[in-house]
Design a protein around this ligand. Structure first.
Ligand code: SAH
Ligand code: SF4
Ligand code: F3S
Length: 468
């Protein structure tokens, strides 16, 4: 029988990207082969996100497209995984009857069995039952979806915080942490496979291990940092209410911990933060920023903001703008508030109109874009350490030195994207994926920096990135 093929389309957060690689590895162990286009797939998986209405709508438009492909190739099977699958279950198949399989966030470990049943002619199938938390996979795994040098490692599943707007506790279930030994072993396997950087993932990494009585998150960071061959560690997401002195101290003590923290604030108004059930106030947040900068002055701080939460007044919104100006973020992800069925905020009034949400989002983005660009411009003329992730997609950008056409892309320790060229005329050895290169920044844009490889040598363990 010829080899079967699969394609995974992933929407949503890094946790879904991590899960996509788990799915891919499980399917490859069954003899399936990944393909880059759904047209060529015997099994097309949509890995879904339910965080905002728009993300959910995207699922159904993608499914519509896949239905068209399936009409042309009737042997094709369509599967829906991830957070929408978990929440909507069989309702997906009622709305899109051509979907052969729905599997929830806790059904990952049963995917091989479910696919075997599809292959045997069974279906449609739906599995949104419970499970053991993060799926454990023994031994090495391939990077199918993620860049090989920079990999995600989910350290905990679910969330117990129940922010009033958020669907994640329902879509991902209760918080469960993985065993630290398994996490370290996984990082060792990833390094053996070429990873130089890992990002530890959880909805609230600060509470890692609390429930299970495992080591705390700061200790986990120390254990992961000790893995030989690893240059950099990142983590996300850190909830301000649980950001402990031990974690702040980790930024002082662990060199390999990158100069970046993503610390979602959501709003600058205490009244709105209370209605969101965030359990911290604006002053607490600003104090955390001060303490982080005291131990790591160069730390980049990014955040998430929701505009137009029910009841948000102009005054509340102005407090958010004021907090943004006071903190000076390196970058922001700002979203319109979106009603999520089943969450408490759905019932909160008064709702903010779409027009007002749009206007507020625009004002906020304008403020932050100018600040981000100013920060990027301040780096022009400096030399930064960049971990090379691959060939740049922006080869069309001019090479200021007229060197070789190839441009590399990577990130600084502070998580800024740098596209750079390799000068042909100097003694600089060619860059390779996974190298930590010194790059002189020559131009700044809204979302990236442009530079040229500098001849300086870089410390073996990435110390240079910290000192840069
Ligand atoms: N666990 C993380 C957030 C994960 S969800 C934390 O607590 O910080 C990522 C972001 O999506 C959130 O930070 C929030 O800004 C946004 N978000 C979540 N629910 C939303 C909703 N109903 N409407 C708009 N944005 C939302
Ligand atoms: Fe959602 Fe809040 Fe949990 Fe983050 S901490 S996933 S925003 S409920
Ligand atoms: Fe979306 Fe689920 Fe992540 S709702 S943001 S994919 S946890």
């Amino acid at each position: 029988m010829p080899e079967k093929t699969f394609h995974i389309h992933t929407i949503g957060c890094q946790m879904n990207v991590y899960d996509a690689d788990l799915m891919a590895n499980a399917l490859m162990a069954m003899g399936y082969r990944p393909v880059t286009e759904p047209e060529a797939a015997d099994l097309a998986i949509v890995n879904t996100c339910a965080i905002r209405e728009k993300a959910e709508q995207k699922v159904y438009s993608l499914l519509g497209r896949l239905a068209g492909l399936k009409r042309q190739r009737t042997t094709m099977r369509i599967a829906v995984g991830g957070c929408v699958a978990q929440l909507a279950g069989k309702r997906i198949q009622r709305r899109a009857p051509y979907v052969d399989l729905v599997f929830g966030t806790r059904a990952l470990e049963r995917l091989p069995e479910l696919v075997r049943r599809l292959d045997a002619g069974e279906g449609p199938l739906c599995d949104v039952a419970g499970g053991e938390g993060v799926m454990e996979m023994d031994g090495p795994r391939q990077a199918v979806v993620q860049p090989r040098v920079s990999r995600f490692v989910t350290i905990m599943q679910g969330c117990d915080n129940f922010c009033t707007y958020c669907v994640v506790p329902y879509a991902r279930g209760r918080e469960m942490s993985r065993d630290p030994g398994r996490i370290v072993a996984e990082v060792q396997d990833l390094v053996a496979d070429g990873a130089r950087e890992v990002t530890l993932l959880g909805q609230n990494v600060n509470s890692y291990g609390n429930k299970e009585g495992l080591c705390g998150f700061a200790e986990l960071l120390r254990r992961v940092a000790a893995v030989e061959g690893l240059e950099r560690i990142r983590f996300t997401t850190s909830h301000p209410k649980d950001l402990s002195p031990a974690l702040i101290d980790a930024f002082a003590c662990i060199d390999r911990l990158c100069d970046h923290i993503h610390l979602p604030v959501q709003s600058g108004s205490d009244r709105i933060l209370a209605r969101m059930n965030r359990r911290y106030g604006r002053q607490t947040y600003m104090d955390l920023v001060t303490r982080l900068r005291a131990v790591r002055p160069e730390i980049a701080i990014t955040s998430d903001i929701i505009v137009g939460f029910p009841g948000e007044t102009e005054e509340d919104f102005n407090q958010t703008l004021d907090l943004i100006k006071t903190v000076g973020f390196d970058g922001l992800f700002a979203f319109h508030y979106s009603d999520r069925p089943g969450t408490p905020a759905c019932r909160f009034t008064p709702k903010v109109t779409l027009g007002v949400k749009r206007r507020r989002l625009e004002a906020l983005n304008e403020l932050q874009n100018a600040a981000t660009l100013a920060r990027h411009r301040s780096l022009v003329g400096t030399t930064v350490a960049v971990l090379v992730e691959g060939a740049s997609k922006r080869c069309d950008q001019l090479d200021p030195h007229g060197g070789e056409a190839i441009q590399w892309t990577g990130r600084t320790s502070s998580n800024k994207i740098v596209n750079f060229s390799q000068p042909s005329s100097t003694e600089v050895p060619p860059a390779n994926v996974g190298d930590l290169c010194q790059v002189r920044i020559e131009a700044a844009f809204a979302h990236s920096l442009l530079g040229v490889r500098a001849p300086e040598a870089v410390g073996l363990k990435g110390e240079a990135c910290h000192a840069a």
